[in-house]
Write a new protein. Structure first.
Length: 369
């Protein structure tokens, strides 16, 4: 993804890492940390290598411009608690890239996704890991901002990375500071939103049932086995919609930029004493045609953000899942912790027993205590 000539706006945003050098996002192999003044040497090493600008040599900054850009990055974090960061290899503690999110001057409601890696670290899946984690973070923590990216059409690897991060190409655009340059692929992220109490009408119910049936038949763990009759799914959906209508549950939808439904989930949040501070995640699902595109993680992060904004009395989140589908690893990447397991607690058939697993996380992201 390209640094599309962006600068931070003056909007005050919730704080990120408190101090220079503090971690922002951590993946299996990387730490994305807030920049420091002494990052200049690594910054020059990265941006001074023409191989890292092979697809856009005209964009390579001079050493003086590198100094200015690093100063801009430091200022962005001071002002907004968000910006571009140093990408650090956890195994070697070496700075191997620069990445992050930044507001655009041309559209202060948008956040530009950007990453650039040392040439010898390309082709290792690191750009994909960075982009997926950063877009998921934004979906949870900056729900009012639209995450976007601009990619050179000749850069096939970055085009694949944008798509695998959950972004959707919606058109072509030119850089603001290069109006005569070649148009670039322009991407936007899907959005997650809650549904008002009285809004699940017949059309929406049908779309949800369609998605639910597809998820079942693809082997998803959403309450049924593959081949379950549509009538059974619709009956279960009716019970959930009744809870939504009565204010006991919150329906959340993931839609792509064109408005198509890609995923959904429910928060059950009115369980009574002594669980008023707890919400339970139910029926989290993404259409099987969208698997592998980070959308489950975006949906989950967006739903946590919705709890933070719309259910402010909720402090703790819980879920149960069926073992055997790798779901524990998926939830763990989003900050959930396993808190209980019943071996063989679920019987799917006469010979298929699965563990019944419980997980939890705090709404504020702090460790469970």
């Amino acid at each position: 993804m390209r640094d599309a000539g962006t600068r931070a706006s003056d909007t005050v945003a919730p704080a990120g890492p408190d101090r220079e050098g503090d971690p922002w996002i951590t993946t299996d192999r990387l730490v994305l940390r807030r920049p420091r003044m002494d990052d200049l040497r690594d910054y020059l090493r990265l941006h001074g290598d023409p191989r890292t600008y092979a697809h856009s040599p005209a964009s390579q900054p001079s050493p003086e411009r590198c100094r200015e850009r690093l100063a801009d990055d430091l200022a962005d974090w001071e002002r907004e608690g968000l910006g571009y960061v140093a990408v650090v290899d956890r195994a070697t503690d070496e700075v191997i890239g620069w990445a992050g999110l930044r507001h655009k001057d041309s559209d202060p409601e948008s956040l530009n996704l950007y990453y650039r890696l040392l040439h010898d670290r390309l082709g290792q899946g690191l750009g994909r890991a960075i982009s997926r984690a950063v877009v998921a973070w934004a979906t949870e923590h900056r729900p009012d901002a639209l995450v976007t990216a601009m990619v050179d059409t000749v850069n096939a690897a970055s085009l694949r990375t944008a798509t695998s991060s959950g972004l959707v190409q919606v058109g072509m655009r030119r850089l603001k500071d290069r109006p005569d340059g070649e148009p670039m692929a322009y991407f936007e992220a899907p959005r997650v939103a809650s549904v008002p109490t009285g809004a699940p009408d017949r059309s929406l119910r049908a779309a949800i049932a369609d998605l639910w049936v597809r998820a079942n038949d693809a082997g998803g763990s959403v309450g049924f086995l593959p081949g379950a009759p549509r009538g059974d799914v619709e009956a279960a959906l009716d019970r959930h919609v009744e809870d939504v209508t009565r204010g006991r549950s919150l329906l959340c939808l993931l839609r792509d930029p064109g408005g198509d439904l890609r995923g959904l989930g429910f928060w059950e949040h009115s369980r009574g004493f002594p669980h008023e501070h707890v919400a339970g995640l139910k029926r989290l699902m993404v259409g099987p045609e969208s698997q592998g595109r980070n959308l489950g993680r975006l949906l989950l992060g967006g739903m946590v953000g919705i709890v933070r904004r719309e259910l402010p009395w909720v402090e703790l989140l819980r879920l149960d899942y069926r073992d055997g589908l790798g779901l524990g690893e998926f939830y763990a990447r989003s900050g959930w912790t396993e808190v209980g397991r019943v071996p063989g607690g679920l019987r799917l058939s006469a010979t298929d027993y699965r563990d019944d697993v419980a997980m939890a996380r705090r709404v504020d992201g702090e460790p469970l205590r």
